[in-house]
Write a protein that binds this ligand. Structure first.
Ligand code: 13P
Length: 251
């Protein structure tokens, strides 16, 4: 059975005080058995939040980004070796990093490799633009993203990856993929994994949906056969709503 995962991506939001208050509001959330909540918080909040997150059953910390290098003269960057004291997970290939910071498939691949080498779990994001969906090139585009950044991995390593499908046109827009659009893509991703590896491996990998996922649509989305939870942006900043999304996930 694949684990249900609800991951929060706080992005560049929250002062330390706001972050502590948000975490406090999640303290009484009961994570369904077999499910996991991953809070991908700003780097600077990892240390101050760690002891409280460690005391919350079913919760873990993640990072939103890392350097592709292990150490050296890269001013302002953070390495996986620094992160591994605090997190088990690192988001990689988010469309905001791809679009705003020019990360391409090759760089994403290098980051996947350093994350795995450090013993951490990549949350690998893929997703197409509105234009690619309108011209019906979305499946081919995702196929390419997976092939260029993930499918070099060994059978052992691919099973350590969490995949998040986040259509760019749905991120922060209030437009969500319908349950059928999301399920179709998730099933496609799983079939691609099967083609490169095995059915058993494909069935073992958690594939999350992200893009305007909220308290009103999460139950329906997460109930789809190939959707194993979500990567949640805006709604994860609202403690009560995010808590309801977590408690509503069936494991
Ligand atoms: P929203 O939930 O705000 O659309 O953001 C999704 C996202 O980018 C999560 O990584």
């Amino acid at each position: 059975m694949r684990k249900k995962i609800i991951a929060a991506n706080w992005k560049m939001n929250t002062t330390l005080e706001e972050a502590k208050n948000l975490l406090e509001s999640l303290k009484n959330v009961v994570v369904p058995e077999g499910a996991e909540v991953i809070l991908n918080v700003p780097f600077i909040h990892l240390y101050p939040l760690k002891s409280m997150v460690d005391s919350m059953s079913g919760f873990s910390l993640g990072a939103q980004h890392c350097s592709e290098y292990e150490s050296g003269a890269y001013t302002g960057e953070i390495s996986v070796n620094m992160l591994k004291e605090y997190v088990k997970y690192v988001i990689v290939g988010h469309s905001e990093r791809r679009d705003l910071f020019d990360e391409d498939n090759e760089e994403v691949k290098a980051k996947v490799d350093v994350i795995l080498k450090a013993g951490l779990t990549p949350i690998f994001c893929c997703g197409e633009s509105r234009m690619l969906r309108e011209t019906e090139e979305h499946l081919g585009f995702i196929q390419h993203q997976l092939a260029e950044s993930l499918f070099h991995l060994t059978s052992d390593d691919i099973q350590k990856v969490i995949i998040a499908y986040e259509p760019i046109w749905a991120i922060g827009t209030g437009l969500t993929a319908t349950k059928d659009e999301a399920q179709e893509m998730h099933a496609f991703i799983r079939t691609e994994i099967e083609h490169h590896y095995t059915l058993e491996i494909a069935n073992s990998i958690s594939i999350l949906y992200g893009g305007s996922c909220n308290g009103s649509n999460s139950v329906e989305l997460f109930a789809q056969a190939d959707i194993d939870g979500g990567l949640v942006g805006g709604a994860s900043l609202k403690g009560a709503e995010f808590g309801r999304m977590v408690m509503g996930v069936e494991s």
